[in-house]
Design a protein around this ligand. Structure first.
Ligand SMILES: Cc1ncc(COP(=O)(O)O)c(C=O)c1O
Length: 401
């Protein structure tokens, strides 16, 4: 059986981590992995998480099975945190959610759900995009289309290109869009642009799938989801996934939601949608782990812990903003003719260095600087020495053009 698996080719993200691990140069710089690091370079566990874990440990909790829909109290918390307690979708009861093992599984489950209802649905994903995201759809057999999103060499959003491409969506095609802190570019949409996207969805009949993985990493917990909230009010139906991996720093615990938001006026039976969602996730992985979701619920239902978490998330956000400022300064110092303002106005952990794939390869081979495809740098993982080296190498690359 397994003999046929030979010379199996690793995917580009996994192979980067393999090359990085194999590089014995002590000066190598890892800008790849998408985790937040504090000033000491550690991936910290939030105090709010520690205290919630302690509270859960001291309480006599059961480890019995939950439903495949997972921790429903957690789902309700995240729906409110993301959409806002007064959002019409919540008031009108137009949402059903499953707690999933992170947003990754939610994307896969969402792909399965749509494909089972309409095998002709195609995906529309931004160019560039976080590479792993596409496999969740591709492996279900969904055809992938790209819409223009970001002009990497000029470091600007290509909104006109985006609108033009999205006009090609057909009814029931999936329009995948990042809610905030776009991965990999850090380039977000403003409120007017979200409104224009809602108009395109209404014109084409596409089904939006909004992916929010970094709430609180950009401008603030509320600010980061203002666009998705407005968008959700102006489209008839959509899928939503929210990850707790980054916002609560619980990456390996695997907690997120997949929500189906249904139309109010087309006769959809929301209870049937709930059962279909339950069956879809059960058939994929049976049931999600509970610990991460239980921790998040404990935080969001204990006012003191919620306040502590908000404070800690704000500190993370401010640290990222400071790292962005320092990187911009370092790049402009080493490249006096270059405007690196984009690094400051972009959001979240990532930005793309405006270089070609060949230049990125050279930076890796000659200077041991490792970045994800599209020269995605994790700005939040960089210390000041590394920013200075990166800036110098960038100057060298530009000089050789
Ligand atoms: C945009 C986006 N969506 C989803 C995910 C997956 O997150 P999770 O760890 O919750 O599976 C990521 C992780 O990097 C991401 O960047």
């Amino acid at each position: 059986m397994f003999k046929q698996i030979q010379h199996y080719k690793s995917d580009p993200i996994e192979s980067l981590f393999d090359r990085l691990a194999a590089d014995v140069n002590p000066a190598k710089i890892d800008l790849g992995i998408g985790v937040y690091r504090d000033y000491s370079g550690k991936v910290p566990v939030m105090q709010a998480v520690r205290r919630a874990e302690q509270q859960l440990f001291e309480r006599d909790l059961s480890k019995s099975y939950l439903s495949p829909l997972g921790n429903t109290a957690y789902c309700e918390d995240i729906e409110k945190l993301t959409l806002g307690v007064d959002h019409p979708i919540l008031r009108e009861g137009r949402i059903v959610s499953a707690q999933t093992p992170g947003a990754g599984s939610a994307l896969r489950a969402g792909a399965e759900l749509v494909n089972s209802l309409n095998p002709d649905s195609e995906l529309w994903a931004s160019q560039p995009i976080w590479g792993h995201q596409l496999e969740f759809f591709d492996k279900v057999g969904i055809k992938i289309n790209h819409y223009r999103y970001y002009d990497q060499l000029n470091s600007v959003l290509d909104f006109d290109g985006m609108l033009e491409d999205l006009k090609g969506m057909r009814p029931n095609d999936i329009f995948l869009v990042h809610g905030c802190c776009h991965n990999p570019t850090g380039q977000d949409l403003n409120l007017q642009q979200w409104q224009e996207l809602a108009n395109i969805v209404n014109q084409t009949g596409a089904l939006p799938f909004v992916d929010i993985a970094y709430q609180g990493f950009g401008e603030g917990i509320e600010e980061d989801v203002a666009g998705p909230r407005l968008f959700a009010e102006n489209v008839p139906q959509m899928l939503l996934t929210v990850s707790s991996s980054k916002s609560f720093g619980i990456y390996r615990e695997r907690a997120g939601i997949l929500s189906v938001i249904v139309a109010s006026d087309d006769g959809t039976d929301i209870e049937s949608v709930r059962l279909k969602l339950r069956d879809t996730v059960r058939q994929l992985y049976f049931m999600a782990p509970d610990h991460g979701a239980a921790v998040v619920h404990e935080i969001l239902s204990t006012p003191e812990l919620e306040q502590l978490w908000r404070q800690e998330l704000d500190e993370i956000r401010l640290h990222i903003i400071e790292m962005r400022r320092l990187l911009r300064l370092a790049i402009e110092k080493a490249n006096p003719d270059f405007d690196a303002e984009f690094i400051e106005h972009q959001h979240g952990m990532f930005s793309c260095l405006p270089i070609t794939a060949e230049e990125q390869e050279l930076m890796e081979q000659k200077h041991h600087i490792y970045m994800l495809p599209n020269a995605r740098m994790n700005v939040a993982a960089m210390n000041s020495k590394q920013s200075a080296i990166l800036a110098e190498v960038f100057a060298e690359v530009r000089a050789a053009r």
